[in-house]
Design a protein. Structure first.
Length: 502
């Protein structure tokens, strides 16, 4: 196809104190190529991209871009030379509009005598969104008012608007479902046709094999190998990533959900005007209740209202037989609930506090003596057990949480709530951004907690996850319950058709 080499990275090393994040990486990229970068949480994918962009300074190695050796001093420098990146965490300015975010720093384009001509900027934004098939996004809306999925699409639009030679996407589809993912694939394919090279970082291996041309596997700061995607199967890829065999399709144990037991949680006619309506369901001890549906259907909003993050307009929430007047998460926690929110990186991680504290904070009381003294050893043991069971990659319990890779930060938040053993655990997209090995460990833990009698609500857009783990599945569409079925009756076609057409 007349592809030529555009990027060569060789012998790249990067150390953070004693941590070897990159240890001699070799990576090559051609024009027009969609090249996947895969590896476990903490393998070094984001660090490698940061080194390329100049936001991290490499300790050794050489980078050749368009035939010239380069050392970008900053991402702005890289951007000016033709490399743009969409980050794992959203980096938009929340309080300003979509249009302002997209053209941030490039207002000159639309200025005359130092005055920004808003109309021109608005037109340019509309044209850009139209070209990308993202007309559903209103350029005048404040980013704050967008869904996480829409924010990710705005990031994408901004990156594309630079007309770069290379676009790096760090887990771009993690907050998107079907429709938006299709839009993103189309955009990526069009970029590739125009000759733009795309580096695509993702933990979704089926997506990689169907979208990308090549895949490079990283493990422990090394690049293991690069293949054309047509020449590798998913099981082979998993083996390369984790270095062992893993059963990807998880099937729940034959635990009998106590159909006769009193419900832990009962929700009756819960409503938040304009968001969701008439939500009634219950969960029993030992039951995993799955919530399926499209992104934006209202699943997270329902959970946020039950947990007291958002208010509800009407309806009743009964926990262990007592009606709750929940108005804040603290009340929910006191009543025996815990929740892992979908937006963990922003809402869950206490970035500048130690990994240990981040993990044990919610279960803190169980490590205290009656006099309030902390049993440090017990705390440390509980910490080590839980982080080991879901393979968190960390250097020291006292290291700051923001030094962990994105996926490992998420694991810490999940570990926090697993440790505190609530009566009801709400998990919103628990394995988004989590590598394939740790995913199955998290499934085992969920299953085990249910066996021990915990009630679990699992909100997930990952169909195999819902089908494999949930005793019962509820489908939400447009803020309403449109379908409910038992594990035995659940299948992908029926669930998807209800999610789409109600
Ligand atoms: N600022 C930092 N200080 C110390 N260690 C760091 C820092 N940034 C990254 N690391 C370490 O470097 C290693 C690679 O992290 P990186 O973020 O590149 O992983 P990743 O492959 O992107 O993982 P994920 O899939 O979870 O996003 C990890 O062990 C991480 O803890
Ligand atoms: Mg990363």
């Amino acid at each position: 196809m007349g592809q030529t080499n555009i990027l060569l990275m060789e012998g790249i090393k990067k150390y953070f104190g004693g941590v070897r994040a990159l240890d001699g990486v070799h990576f090559e990229l051609n024009t027009g190529e969609i090249h996947a970068l895969v590896g476990e949480n903490g393998a070094g994918k984001t660090t490698l991209m940061n080194v390329l962009l100049g936001s991290s300074i490499k300790d050794a190695g050489r980078i050749v871009f368009k035939g010239k050796e380069i050392n970008f001093k900053s991402p702005a420098d890289a951007l000016a030379s033709g490399i743009s990146m969409i980050h794992q965490e959203i980096r938009l300015i929340q309080q300003v509009s979509v249009a302002e975010n997209i053209w941030l720093g490039r207002e000159k384009k639309f200025s005359k005598f130092k005055v920004i001509r808003y109309k021109l900027r608005l037109e340019a934004t509309r044209a850009l969104l139209k070209e990308l098939g993202l007309e559903q996004i209103d350029p005048l809306k404040r980013v704050n008012d967008l869904s996480v999925a829409q924010m990710q699409l705005v990031e994408l639009a901004r990156a594309v608007s630079y007309d770069s030679d290379i676009i790096i996407m760090d887990e771009p589809t993690s907050a998107l479902t079907t429709t938006e993912i299709e839009q993103l694939y189309k955009i990526v394919r069009n970029l590739s046709k125009k000759g733009t090279a795309v580096i695509f970082i993702s933990h979704k291996l089926d997506e990689i094999l169907s979208l990308c041309d090549k895949v490079t596997v990283m493990r422990d700061g090394h690049t293991i190998s690069t293949f054309p995607c047509g020449e590798v199967t998913q099981p082979e890829l998993i083996r390369l990533i984790v270095g062992r065999n893993i059963d990807n399709a998880y099937v729940k144990s034959a635990r009998a959900a106590e159909n006769t037991g009193e419900p832990v949680l009962e929700v009756k006619n819960l409503c938040r005007t304009g968001v969701f309506e008439d939500i009634s369901f219950s969960v029993r001890p030992g039951e995993v209740l799955g919530f399926s549906g499209l992104m934006g259907a209202g699943r997270s909003e329902i959970m946020r209202a039950i947990f007291g993050i958002d208010a509800h307009t009407s309806g009743t929430i009964i926990m262990n037989g007592k009606t709750l007047g929940i108005s804040k998460p603290r009340d929910a926690v006191l009543a025996g609930m815990a929740m892992v929110t979908e937006d963990r990186l922003r809402m869950g991680v206490l970035h500048s506090l130690p990994v240990l504290f981040n993990t044990t904070i919610a279960a803190f009381k169980s490590f205290c003596t009656m006099l309030g003294l902390i049993k440090t050893q017990r705390e440390m043991q509980a910490f080590r057990d839980i982080v080991e069971s879901i393979s968190v990659k960390y250097h020291s319990p006292y290291q700051k949480a923001n030094q962990l890779s994105g996926g490992n930060q998420q694991k810490i938040v999940i570990a926090r709530w697993l440790l505190c053993k609530p009566d009801l655990l709400i998990l919103d997209e628990p394995t988004r951004g989590i590598d394939v090995g740790a995913k199955s460990e998290i499934y085992k833990l969920i299953d085990q907690l249910a066996q021990e009698g915990m009630a679990i609500i699992l909100v997930s857009s990952d169909m195999p996850e819902i089908l494999g783990l949930a005793d019962r599945v509820i489908v939400i569409r447009n803020g309403r319950i449109v379908y409910e079925c038992l594990h035995e009756e659940a299948n992908q076609e029926t669930i998807m058709s209800h999610a789409f057409y109600g």
